[in-house]
Design a protein around this ligand. Structure first.
Ligand code: C2E
Ligand code: CA
Ligand code: CA
Length: 405
């Protein structure tokens, strides 16, 4: 087996015994080096550092944190083009479904390995490994999407160091222009790369399990701390914090958030959680459970980017939202485009039907403000009032100090 002489394999499996056992078999088959990773994160790290040196990735499908499908989705989104074998103890149908998923995601799947794995099955897969020189020419390192300059480690460190900042954008009442609250928007001011907008780091954080929990917790903590200070100064405001669908993964999330707010003596009704239903949730029952208990505790729940995602009448009917935010695409379009206007109108009607507050996002001109007011929007947010700004600039906004009615 001279062709196998210089082959390097990355073996991803949560079971230490399997890692040891399969490594042994691979070495018996003449594999030059076996790298092991016990969870998806560790696997991504290995790929980010030495992708070009890996000739075969053997990926377990069932793992407790990031499962194999999530891991594969992650590397597929980064156009990983190395050889892959899927490895699993689940039944053959599921393993075939996983293989189909990986292939339609554009991954190069050489085959599947059922547990317990035999020497013969491993040898067959190894025979299919393409010539490494050919592959390495097209292998790109695994890194954040958008060709960003930073990597996952930078992001992780920034979370630990609490380096993400929060900018505040006012939410105002359409009728009198008074600021009634703010939306917290995350910003990363990187010591080398400068200002990095959320669209560049949120997706990376979201696809790395565990990270989004810590990130959201950090933004919530900073927002609540700031809100507490402003409430103390007599500014009657509400905070809106963006929550990712990926956050809705643990039953005790409402308790965790409540604890954070209570640590700063902020009443939960002063906190609005904004959620975009941009994709169907993995576990609808779990999401519903968590969202309902957020409401029971007193948090407000806002459905973000309404009109763009999967959110429908059914969503509104089933999920306990208190606010609907119309996406800025329709708000900007409403002035000149009858169909955008119709969407704003029907969103307003829906909101009324379900007893929700209605906010127009991305208001940029006086004309837009006038129109959305006429169409029935109660609150508005957008550059017309202010861009998201740091806390010290927020307190200088004039409409913050219009006297209370
Ligand atoms: P989003 O929740 O829809 O936030 C509103 C976005 O629209 C913000 O972009 C804001 O700066 C921008 N915007 C506000 N008014 C106007 C306007 O009049 N015109 C235009 N053109 N844009 C306006 P930003 O801050 O870049 O955030 C982008 C997205 O990143 C957010 O969209 C949200 O989905 C996500 N994001 C930001 N911070 C967080 C966070 O802490 N956690 C999570 N999970 N997502 C966040
Ligand atoms: Ca939002
Ligand atoms: Ca939005």
């Amino acid at each position: 087996m001279s062709s196998l002489q210089k082959i390097r394999v990355l073996l991803l499996d949560d079971d230490q015994f399997i890692l040891d056992f399969v490594s042994e078999l691979l070495r018996d088959l003449g594999v030059d080096e076996v790298l092991v990773a016990q969870d998806g994160m560790a696997g991504l790290n290995v790929l980010s550092e030495q992708v070009a040196d890996i000739d075969l990735l053997i990926c377990d499908i069932e793992m407790p944190e990031m499962d194999g499908i999530e891991f594969l989705r992650n590397i597929a989104s980064q156009n990983y083009c190395g050889n892959i074998a899927l490895f699993s103890g689940i039944d053959a149908d599921l393993l075939r479904a996983a293989e189909r998923f990986a292939k339609v995601s554009g991954l190069r799947v050489l085959g599947t390995l059922s547990k317990p794995v035999s020497l013969g099955a491993l040898a067959t897969i190894l025979e299919r490994v393409s010539h490494p020189e050919l592959l390495s020419a097209v292998k790109k390192p695994i890194q954040p999407p958008d060709d960003s300059k930073f990597n996952l480690e930078d992001v992780r460190k920034a979370i630990v160091d609490e380096a993400f900042e929060v900018y505040y954008q006012p939410k105002v009442t359409v009728s009198d222009g008074k600021i009634v609250g703010f939306e917290s928007l995350a910003r990363w001011i990187h010591p080398h790369y400068g200002f990095i907008p959320p669209d560049q780091f949120i997706p990376l954080i979201e696809q790395t399990p565990g990270l989004i929990d810590e990130f959201t917790q950090l933004i919530l903590k900073k927002s609540v701390k700031q809100l507490a200070q402003w409430l103390d100064q007599g500014l009657d405001l509400k905070a809106a914090v963006n929550i990712s669908m990926e956050n809705l993964n643990r039953y005790d999330l409402p308790e965790i958030f409540a604890k954070t707010a209570q640590a700063f003596n902020v009443p939960l009704k002063k906190i609005m959680l904004e959620i975009t239903e941009s994709k169907l949730s993995k576990d609808y029952a779990l999401s519903l459970d968590i969202l309902t208990r957020f409401r029971i505790k007193g948090f407000g729940l806002s459905i973000d980017d309404f009109g763009t995602g999967y959110a429908t009448m059914e969503t509104l009917n089933n999920l306990p939202f208190t606010e609907l935010k119309i996406d800025r695409m329709f708000v900007n379009g409403a002035v000149n485009d009858a169909s955008a206007r119709a969407i704003v109108e029907s969103s307003v009607r829906l909101a009324k039907e379900f007893g929700l507050n209605i906010v127009a996002e991305g208001v940029e001109t006086e004309e837009e403000l006038e129109l959305i007011g006429k169409l029935g929007c109660i609150e508005a947010q957008g550059y017309y009032f202010s861009k998201p700004v740091p806390a010290d600039e927020f307190v200088q906004l004039k409409s913050l100090h219009v006297s209370n009615r």
